[in-house]
Write a protein that binds this ligand. Structure first.
Ligand code: GLA
Length: 396
């Protein structure tokens, strides 16, 4: 649906005039490399997609927030004065959680009617939830500022941090900052090299020299992913607690070098915990090397690190699954593929591959066939462009 259609739909649902309606959008992301490093104070290298969450918004006179999505029948209603009450909602909890955190951070919000149109596939590891959170934050703060006669520009990094807090505290997933940061700070045709320890970042041009980024959705549902995610995070914390006894300055795994890890790895007696730390520490190093490879136009080397990253997630961090492993194996059989790995939180979702332009059709045909033959599932392919971060759409 385009913006005019969405506005018409909005009026159909909420009635009234087009006057005062504003439109906000924020993207999903694909992570090129650096998985489960963000909450360990490490590096990530994501890029914002052109798929995203678009919110049609209009302020209300009262303190009510009403929400509906174009692809859902349910309408959710909340009050800005009772935001603690909606945590158990199946849909709407992200939005109301963001409102809650914004108010706690001192933002003065106004009641509003909101219509969501989401194009990021749900539960596919492409940050559909971060897209919704950041779009919501921008909409709520912009409407609140206007209602209160404030003119200041939005602090997008702060928006990302508040959205992460909402997901941690309201939704109960202990995620890192990568998804919300990518959604808020994306830039067309650039990837974001982000240091999650201090949030310093750089937009790196994605000059792919004849290659395309292809995302393949395994269409394997990410069952129990949240609890396994939280479990991985606590295993990383256990590893850090042990390593800190020998490297007292370290405040996170991201501050521990490979050399230090190799010196003290035997002190972590639990093999599982040791493997988790090894993944994080080597992955962090791969991000640095991959960014260099990209800057040097060496796509073959970039691809090599992607392949190593997948192996590490499969064998050490154990967050892949048969379906994701098959997708990557099938991809690597195709001539013209520089690299392939699962992307996102894991346990289902998508792979990301770097494929020569002229090999894309063959990739789609062959990976599709091979994947279906081995898993019985039909994959979806996205050749998404790399787009901008969260913003208000003005000229409509
Ligand atoms: C999810 C989380 C992110 C990050 C990735 C794994 O997408 O939301 O914070 O930890 O998993 O890299």
């Amino acid at each position: 649906m385009n913006i005019s259609e969405l506005k018409r739909k909005f009026i159909e649902i909420y009635q009234g005039e087009e006057d005062g309606i504003r439109v906000f959008t924020s993207p999903g992301r694909v992570n090129l490399i650096g998985e489960h490093t963000d909450y360990n104070g490490g590096y990530v290298f994501p890029a914002a997609l052109t798929l995203g969450s678009t919110v049609i918004a209009r302020p209300r006179e009262d303190r009510k927030m009403r929400l509906i999505a174009t692809d859902l029948g349910i309408q959710v209603e909340g009050s800005l004065d009772h935001l603690e009450e909606y945590k158990s909602l199946k849909w709407g909890n992200y939005q109301l959680g963001v409102a809650d955190e914004l108010q706690k951070a001192g933002y003065e919000l106004t009641g509003c009617d909101l219509l969501y149109h989401d194009t990021v596939p749900l539960g596919a590891g492409l940050s559909s939830s971060a897209a919704i959170e950041v779009a919501t934050a921008i909409a709520l703060v912009s409407l609140g500022n206007s209602a209160n006669g404030l003119m200041q520009p939005l602090d997008m990094v702060k928006m990302a941090m508040i959205c992460q807090k909402a997901e941690n505290r309201y939704v109960g997933v202990n995620c890192g900052i990568m998804d919300q940061f990518s959604s808020a700070m994306g830039k067309a045709d650039h990837a974001i090299f982000l240091n999650c320890r201090d949030l310093s970042f750089m937009h790196v041009p994605l000059n792919l020299h004849g290659y395309r980024i292809i995302i393949v959705n395994s269409n394997k549902k990410r069952g129990l992913a949240d609890s396994k995610y939280n479990e991985r995070r606590s295993q990383c914390e256990q590893a850090l607690d042990i390593l800190k006894r020998f490297i007292p300055d370290a405040t996170c795994l991201g501050e521990i070098s490979q050399e230090q890890f190799n010196r003290f790895r035997h002190e972590i007696h639990d093999e599982l915990v040791r493997n988790r730390a090894e993944h994080v520490i080597t992955e962090d190093d791969r991000v640095l090397k991959s960014v260099e490879a990209l800057k040097n136009d060496n796509m073959a080397l970039f691809g090599k690190y992607m392949i190593q990253s997948h192996a590490s997630m499969r064998d050490l961090f154990e967050i892949t699954c048969v379906e994701l492993d098959v997708l990557v194996e099938e991809a690597l059989k195709i001539e013209g593929v520089a690299g392939s790995r699962m992307t996102g939180g894991g346990f289902g979702g998508c792979s990301v591959s770097i494929v020569r332009e002229e090999a894309v059709q063959n990739f789609i045909d062959e990976v599709g066939k091979g994947y279906t033959a081995r898993t019985g599932l039909t994959p979806s392919f996205y050749i998404s462009d790399i787009g901008d971060g969260g913003r208000e759409i003005m000229d409509i």
